[in-house]
Write a protein that binds this ligand. Structure first.
Ligand code: ZN
Length: 169
């Protein structure tokens, strides 16, 4: 086991693993079976948003709290195209995901064949990875942002907003 990877929590043991990391439910899968970490499958993401499913485990969210993970640049708009998460799934992601926890210095620089490029992914390509924040909410509502469905908390008072810190090595 890679010592940099956290143990897989029991509630995520049914998810596929790549290199010891849980593959989130919304991660795109290529026809050859490979997963594209750091991207989202727009169809799965929008299904999760509308049906209130967790973006990591794919199971229904509890009524509250719900956690959204937002990049610093998304905070002013108070919305994200990534679905809400269970608190325990967001905690795993904050430790395990190299994009979210800042151990991956830059975003993927080349498009992945077979994966539709969204406006936000193309503008981020090659950019330095941003700081992420966990936003704890009683609930989110679904809005359209940049032509895609997004989870928004505009008009709602978040329970708390916390910066996600790099895990100790
Ligand atoms: Zn979950």
């Amino acid at each position: 086991m890679n010592p940099d990877h956290p143990p897989v929590p029991a509630w995520l043991s049914g998810r596929p693993l790549v290199g010891g990391l849980v593959v989130p439910w919304i991660t795109p899968k290529l026809p050859d079976g490979r997963y594209v970490f750091g991207s989202i499958d727009q169809t799965y993401a929008e299904h999760a948003l509308v049906h209130r499913l967790c973006g990591v485990c794919g199971h229904r969210l509890a009524p509250h709290p719900v956690v959204l993970l937002l990049r610093a640049s998304d905070l002013p708009r108070q919305c994200t195209s990534e679905p809400g998460l269970h608190p325990q799934c967001s905690a795993y992601t904050a430790v395990a995901c190299p994009m979210v926890n800042g151990t991956l210095a830059t975003y993927r620089t080349t498009p992945v064949p077979g994966v539709p490029v969204t406006a936000s992914s193309s503008s981020r390509r090659g950019a330095r990875a941003e700081r992420w924040f966990s936003v704890w909410l009683n609930d989110y509502h679904v809005v359209v942002d940049h032509g895609h469905l997004a989870a928004s908390y505009r008009g709602e008072q978040p329970l708390r907003i916390r910066p996600i810190t790099r895990p100790p090595r």
